[in-house]
Structure formats: C-alpha cells, structure tokens
Design a protein around this ligand. Structure first.
Ligand code: LMR
Ligand code: MN
Length: 433
C-alpha cells in the first residue's frame, strides 16, 4: 500500500521553515540572510516579518546590541501592522507583548502605548491588556494616564485587583487622598493576584496606612512584605538591595571605615557652614523637596553631587565644600547617593520614609542647629537631634522621620557614602540610583 503524497508545501512555507530551522540551529548568519530574502520576496506574508523579528531579538541579545533591538522592534511593528490579516490572536498578542517589552526597555513609553492600544482594540474583552497599559504608564511615572486607564478598566471590571491597585496608587500619588486610596490598595494586595505582589506596592499600602495614623496596620503590611521576601525587614524597607551588608540604624565614624575622611569634613565645618549660609541668601538656589515626603513645612536642598556626578553649576557656587568632597570619592563618587545642603524651616514634619537602597550610609554634618531640644530625627526606634559641628551617621534605608518644632532654620550637609561592606566591583558596577 502506498501512502498518499503529502500536500505540496508552497515555496513560501518551505523557505520559512528553512529559515526558522537555521535560527533554531543558531546558524545566525545564514538565518539572517534567509529572512532578508524572505521579507523581500514575500513582503505581504505576516509570518516572514514575525520570524525576522524573533531572529533579530535573539541577535540583539547575543550581540548586546541596541541597534539590533531596534531592528527587531521595527520588524515586530511591520508584523503587527497586518492587524486582522493575522489569524491567530495568541500569536498577535505575544508579538505585541514582546515589542512592548523591548520598547519599555529602551524607554520609549509612548511607542509602547501605541502597541498596547492596538492589542486592546483587537481583544477588548481582556482586562489584562488594559492592566498592562496602565502598568506601562506606571513605569513611565505617568500617574494621570495610569489613573484614566485604571478607572476605565474598573468601569467594566470593578473587581479586577490589578486595576484597583493602579487606581489606588494613582489617587494616592496624584491627590494625596489616602482615605480614598486605601480600600483599593488593601483589596488588591490581599487578593495576592498576579501583578499585585511587588515590594513597591506593599510600601505604598504601608505608607498610606501610616499617613492615616493607622500604624499597627502599617506594621502588619510591612510584616507581610517581609514574610513574602519583598522587603528586607519591618524597619529597613529599601527595594534596591545588595545581600549581606551590615544593617543597623545608626553608625559610629569608626565603624564606617571612613573615619579620617569624616574627621576632615568635621574639621572644616565652619568654612562649609559659611559657604552654605551665603548660598541661602540667593533666591532660587535651594530647591523644594519633590518626593512628597513632607507632611507640612518647608524643606529645601542644594545639590552638589548626585549619582556620583558633580553638579557643575552648584559646585562653582560652593567651591570649598565641593573641593573637600572631591577628596572623599567614596562619597562624591557614590552612584547610589547624593551630597547636598539640606535646610529645614521651623514647623516642618517629614513623614516616616525609607531611602531606596541599602548600599549607602548617610551622614549629616550639622551646620546650624539653633534649637536641639525642638528638633529630632528618628531612625527605626531611636530618636536623636542635631548639634552644631557634629556628625550624625545613619542608614537611611531604615525608616526615619524628622520633626522641626522650633522657630529658626536648621541646616546640614548631607553626605551619602558607599556602604563600607560593598566590594570594589560592586561600587564600580551597581546601577546608579
Ligand atoms: C532625610 O534623609 O530624610 C533627612 O534626614 C534629611 C534632612 O534634611 O533631615
Ligand atoms: Mn530621608
């Protein structure tokens, strides 16, 4: 008995199979040639462009080349442009998601928004696609757009936990309306649904509770975050952490390994103060704190170094301090910190908060502290105050809170420095924050 002849494959199918096989065998040079031919000869075949995109994204990774990644993105776009001509929803979707992932990585949020919208248009009944769009807005810190998308999603799916989470975050950040944000955040995080279990979200809920004076519940949320491996500890709640660094709220100079550098700064505290006081006379030199950490009052900063980079203009305006800091590269070169003057007016309260990383220690060189008995810095469970000419060294990844209940401004030089337990390699390679 003879079996029937297999259905004749058309030549496009054959060539596509061939090109894909070359890609799978990691014969990239040949595969690239084949796909280039394919998209020339069969420009109206969606699958030629999809295969091309997949090949290019592999090459981008292998060559660590952004140029290749852009080629992959363009190929994905050509594929997605076929729209209804692509039969498979699943394939269309996963191509769109890959394309978005690459665009996000490159920081092209608006372009990824366009792809999101294409996917939503194709599959309007899938809330996940809308949540992915609002997540893109979140990663671009575009709270207004995030709120609009999440609100629209909640209109159709009021119980969707991810949409609740995004909506809650948006009203917290945009309007500081903690009362309204709270049930959304609570519901979403308690659902344990995919997309809701990030350290950042636990911190947002904890902070919301703290700002509503519901401290015991905040602690409970932080405890859960710790139990789920999302936060280092109830008091230390930084998200960008390196393992195995000593972690304690306060430090002595001798413990830091920077005793001599710190002593040098302290010896010069009066000339640093003179320089800072002169800067205070200029309108517009000091900038308001922008991270929404102030409950009330006025708290401003004059930045000299950030992320290990010198702020050129400000350094010219403060040459003495900048010169001293240049001789302390473990601080001025610390890519996870800043060096800045910090002035706090009377009747200021800074909400409890944590710095972003455990990779730095923070010193305050106290320049003006007129009313020590009316000002205080709490770090974890210990409260201290500023004394002129003295140093305070703390780990700002631990929860801290500041009160100024006096009548005259307090002025310090904030000096962040690499955590002493970091290796030279870590100091060289950790990403800037
Ligand atoms: C902080 O790090 O949040 C504060 O200690 C800064 C300041 O100026 O007191
Ligand atoms: Mn702080």
């Amino acid at each position: 008995a003879s079996s029937p002849a297999p259905a004749a494959e058309d030549s496009f199918q054959q060539e596509l199979r061939q090109a894909n096989a070359e890609m799978i065998r990691e014969n990239y040079v040949q595969a690239l040639r084949s796909f280039n031919t394919l998209i020339q000869h069969y420009a109206d075949e969606p699958l030629a462009h999809l295969g091309h995109a997949r090949l290019l994204e592999r090459l981008a990774e292998k060559e660590r080349s952004n140029q290749r990644l852009w080629q992959a993105i363009d190929a994905y776009k050509r594929y997605l442009a076929f729209g209804e001509l692509v039969a498979s929803d699943g394939e269309f979707l996963s191509a769109g998601e890959r394309c978005i992932q690459h665009l996000r990585f490159m920081g092209y949020h608006q372009q990824s928004v366009n792809i999101h919208e294409l996917l939503i248009e194709r599959l309007p009944a899938d809330p996940r696609l809308r949540n992915q769009l609002s997540f893109t807005h979140l990663t671009a810190n575009n709270m207004r757009q995030m709120k609009l998308v999440a609100a629209a999603t909640l209109n159709l799916w009021p119980d969707d936990p991810v949409a609740q989470l995004h909506f809650g975050l948006a009203i917290k950040q945009l309007h500081g309306d903690y009362e309204q944000a709270l049930p959304y955040l609570q519901n979403a995080i308690a659902s344990r649904a995919e997309g809701t279990q990030e350290g950042y979200f636990y911190l947002a809920l904890g902070e919301t509770l703290q700002r509503l004076s519901r401290q015991p519940e905040a602690v409970e949320v932080h405890r859960q975050g710790v139990a789920r491996g999302l936060i280092p500890s109830v008091y230390q709640r930084s998200l960008y952490n390196e393992p195995q660094l000593r972690a304690q709220p306060f430090w002595q100079p001798s413990e830091t390994g920077y005793a001599s550098q710190l002593r040098k700064l302290q010896e010069n505290w009066m000339s640093i103060r003179k320089e800072a006081l002169a800067l205070l006379n200029h309108r517009g030199y000091f900038a308001d704190e922008t991270e929404n950490l102030r409950h009330k009052g006025i708290w401003q900063q004059f930045e000299l170094f950030a992320k290990g980079q010198l702020h050129g203009k400000n350094c010219q305006r403060a040459p003495i301090t900048c010169g001293l800091m240049k001789a302390f590269p473990e601080s001025s070169g610390c890519r996870r910190g800043q060096v800045k003057f910090s002035v706090m007016q009377a009747e200021t309260h800074v909400w409890p908060h944590c710095g972003p990383t455990n990779c730095r220690l923070r010193a305050h060189l106290t320049l003006v502290a007129p009313e020590p008995e009316r000002t205080s810095l709490r770090v974890a469970e210990q409260e201290i105050t500023w004394r002129e000419g003295e140093l305070i060294i703390f780990d700002d990844s631990f929860e801290h809170e500041v009160w100024h209940n006096g009548t005259r401004p307090r002025l310090v030089l904030i000096v962040d420095m690499w955590h002493p337990d970091l290796t030279a390699t870590q100091r060289r390679t950790l990403t800037a924050i």
